[in-house]
Design a protein around this ligand. Structure first.
Ligand code: GMT
Length: 375
């Protein structure tokens, strides 16, 4: 098949999933065309059967506050669909991608019916999409998509609850992980590069948006640090990095906290870690948690959204109420002090992650594509 993929190229779950999906599809023989304003962060170097098409925008004084990116994207989606004879356009994160794909479909209508598959990822439904400034267009573009998928049952149900979406059948296809890249460590090389000998390593990976509650990560670490020699490794960057840095200073933790910023080799860092912290306000799935589990790292996360569909409480980690840093701290200390418990949860986490292996999940997208092309 010839598949167009539009996603956000920046550090974040939806762009990561969209890119990994495109790469897996290309590996399986499909031709994949990424369309966005920049090359997605997980797309590095030349890959056979993969092409990136950059959306360019012309500056004009009148557009001062409103550079119409969405319109330029629709034009590029239409152009690539025509030139590359795309079978379908798969867009990730509804806003504005599902709406621009609908525009491209209308522009192509006289020639043929370009099928649109929309994957809902999280805040496009739980937060931004419900804002009155986007609500009706989000609902419209979901309803106009030829197929809609959600990354968890929680997100599917939230879509029905918030948008109604009369005639849509939202299909759950969970996120996936590549076991070739995310796998348990063979030795302690990664750990040695992260922390002093004898330290346990706690890790958090995110785009540091308010929804991630990164200052809670720092507070949990402060509690752990009182009982266990440990280092906190923070991967990623975003609006809440400054507040997190300030909390580290306020709690006098600077010597034991490492802000690594945006790094490429997250799997290596996960393999050097003992516990993954994800105290999010909401999380439709928690791809970062799945990637940690695949590296045999138990996850301590909020009991919200789709996280219970990924992390099995008491088996592959522990789930606690949002904001209950005390409970998360207690679980972390228990896990880091009890080697047998840690080994058991780490092994169970790696085993559970295999249920989300790319080879099991990607064929579900292929079947969905085949199905929509039969319409
Ligand atoms: O808001 C974010 O944290 C980023 C967002 C995105 O769309 O980039 O992530 C969402 O999609 C990921 C991939 O499907 C999920 O693993 C995340 O749980 C989800 N984030 C939220 O729901 C907050």
């Amino acid at each position: 098949m010839r598949i167009g993929i539009t996603c956000y190229p920046t550090y974040g779950g939806s762009g990561a999933v969209a890119t990994e999906l495109g790469l897996e599809l290309a590996r399986r023989g499909h031709e994949v065309h990424f369309i966005s304003y920049a090359s997605p962060f997980r797309l590095r170097g030349y890959v056979e059967r993969v092409t990136f098409h950059e959306v360019t925008q012309t500056e004009y004084p009148l557009f001062e506050q409103s550079s119409p990116y969405a319109l330029a994207l629709a034009v590029k989606q239409h152009e690539v669909a025509m030139r590359e004879q795309l079978d379908l356009m798969h867009v990730h994160y509804a806003i504005p991608h599902a709406a621009t794909a609908w525009l491209a479909k209308q522009m192509l209508k006289a020639e043929r019916d370009l099928k649109i598959v929309t994957t809902l990822h999280g805040t496009d439904i739980t937060l931004v999409g419900q804002d009155p400034s986007y609500y009706t267009l989000t609902k419209f573009s979901i309803e106009q998509s030829d197929r809609v998928t959600a990354v968890s049952a929680f997100l599917r149900d939230e879509t029905y609850r918030a948008f109604g979406c009369g005639d849509c059948d939202v299909v759950v296809i969970p996120n996936f992980v590549s076991p070739a890249e995310y796998h348990p460590p063979g030795d302690d090389t990664c750990r040695r590069s992260l922390a002093p000998a004898g330290h346990k390593v706690l890790v958090h990976v995110s785009n540091f948006r308010p929804v991630k509650r990164v200052t809670d990560v720092v507070r949990v670490f402060a509690g752990v640090r009182r009982e266990v020699a440990a280092t906190l490794v923070l991967v990623g960057d975003g609006p809440d990095r400054d507040p997190a840095e300030q909390e580290v200073d306020r709690l006098k933790l600077r010597r034991n906290v490492r802000f690594l910023g945006k790094v490429d080799n997250v799997a290596d860092i996960l393999r050097g870690s003992d516990v993954f912290l994800l105290p999010s306000e909401t999380e439709s799935f928690g791809l970062a948690a799945l990637e940690a589990m695949a590296c045999a790292v138990p996850v301590l996360a909020s009991a919200v959204g789709g996280l219970p569909e990924v992390v099995v409480d008491g088996e592959t980690g522990f789930l606690t109420p949002v904001g209950d840093t005390g409970a998360m701290t207690a679980h972390a200390i228990r896990l880091l002090r009890d080697d047998a418990l840690h080994a058991r949860l780490g092994a169970a986490a790696a085993h559970r992650a295999l249920e989300f292996a790319a080879d099991r999940i990607v064929p579900r997208y292929e079947r969905l594509y085949e199905d929509v092309l039969r319409d």
